[in-house]
Design a protein around this ligand. Structure first.
Ligand code: DAH
Length: 382
């Protein structure tokens, strides 16, 4: 026989559980719901199971009270569940704050040195100059001797040139040339026999001019090439010197080429690169591999020629060396200097980019600082 008083006490205990439900987390709330309201073994079900055994009086009283406690528990569970859902939504909204600024996305870009080199090569391509390249490890013969440097020229000094610690090469190392045209062919064209030609020491090329020699050895005139590349000098890094820097060489050899062709070609280049209003001037100069030799200046792009700090007040900026290919160079390459003439030029694209953009330190091209590079990258895509 169930005890009415005992059931009343159990209901009172269940009623006391209503309040604390409001503090439970999701898992605890579910467990409490099963424990209190579960249909099979919940505390309330256990009480209701006793009802049939109670006297009518008790049945009514306990039944009514059990119903009230059940509703209170159910309401508290539902309220707590709703509160938990609202809390989760609020947390999610905090996690994805739509008012926050977006993350920057960076797009890769061509390095400014490469971009300027390609722009320059492109202008000469438009004039019919083909791209040519050559090795960065050269021999004394290609880098100096074939280019008419005298044996004691200061540029060959250990001071300026990085020599490689390799045994000297006594014979020609240019096997591809031997294969394509044959040693006999070069002998007929007057090239020093590469079987006895002293190549001299190995070195890192100090300029792109040896590629002139390689191109002429492999290709009979007419020849028009533009030669981009990296060159090496025993310099320490400072604002205006780098031990590795870019050069662009040009070479045109044909019958009847004169200094007029040189001037017209380079003036066209200057206007295509710096703008149609650019003035050019040629000053006499000296290089062992050209005769006569010249340096070309362009009117300062910053002040337009009136004089400013960028051009050191002169109104002009020197951008390249050039000249008519020396007859000795043509002969060294097996080209008949009686029949053919040519012009050559060489420039430093990094210095040209510095002039154009007002960059005062060449080291910026080597440091990979995104604050610098980003200015040439077309910016940031958000
Ligand atoms: N090779 C020279 C240098 O490194 C640049 C140069 C000057 C190249 C005159 C040429 C030229 O082809 O004609 O400074």
């Amino acid at each position: 026989m169930p005890d009415t008083a005992e059931l009343e006490a159990r209901l009172a205990a269940l009623q006391a559980e209503v309040g604390p439900l409001a503090t439970l987390g999701e898992k605890d709330l579910e467990a409490a719901e099963v424990r209190l309201l579960g249909r099979k073994q919940g505390a309330l079900t256990e009480i209701l199971k006793q009802l049939p055994g109670l006297p009518p009086e008790g049945k009514r009283a306990i039944g009514a009270e059990a119903n009230r406690v059940k509703q209170a528990l159910e309401a508290a569970v539902a309220a707590r569940r709703e509160a938990l859902v609202a809390e989760a939504r609020a947390a999610e909204a905090r996690a994805q704050d739509r008012t926050m600024p977006g993350r920057d996305r960076w797009t890769g870009a061509v390095h400014p040195t490469t971009a300027v080199m390609e722009e320059i090569v492109g202008i000469f391509n438009g004039l019919g100059f083909a791209r040519a390249t050559g090795p960065e490890v050269e021999t004394e013969w290609f880098n100096f001797r074939a280019l008419n440097f005298p044996a004691d020229h200061p540029a060959m000094d250990m001071h300026d040139t990085l020599y490689l610690d390799l045994p000297e090469r006594r014979r020609g190392d240019d096997r591809r040339a031997n294969r394509s045209s044959g040693v006999g062919d070069h002998e007929r064209r007057g090239v020093p026999d590469r079987r006895v030609r002293p190549e001299g020491r190995y070195l890192m090329r100090t300029h792109t001019s040896p590629v002139q020699v390689r191109v002429l050895l492999h290709n009979p005139p007419p020849v028009r090439v533009v030669i981009p590349g990296w060159v090496y000098r025993k310099d320490t890094f400072d604002a205006s010197h780098a031990p590795v820097f870019a050069q662009i060489e040009g070479l045109a050899v044909d019958e009847g080429i004169s200094f007029v062709d040189l001037k017209a070609t380079l003036a066209h280049f200057a206007r295509a690169f710096f703008g149609s209003k650019t003035a050019v001037r040629f000053r006499p100069s000296f290089f062992p591999f050209t005769e006569p030799s010249a340096e070309m200046d362009v009117s300062c792009g910053v002040c337009g020629g009136s004089g400013c700090p960028a051009c050191k007040g002169s109104g002009w900026m020197e951008i390249l060396g050039a000249g008519m290919v020396h007859p000795h160079v043509l002969a060294n390459c097996g080209v008949d200097p009686e029949r053919y003439t040519g012009f050559a030029f060489g420039m430093g694209p990094q210095r040209i980019a510095m002039n154009r953009h007002g960059i005062h330190d060449i080291r910026l091209f080597y440091e990979g600082d995104m604050r610098f590079l980003g200015q040439f990258a077309g910016g940031v895509t958000p």
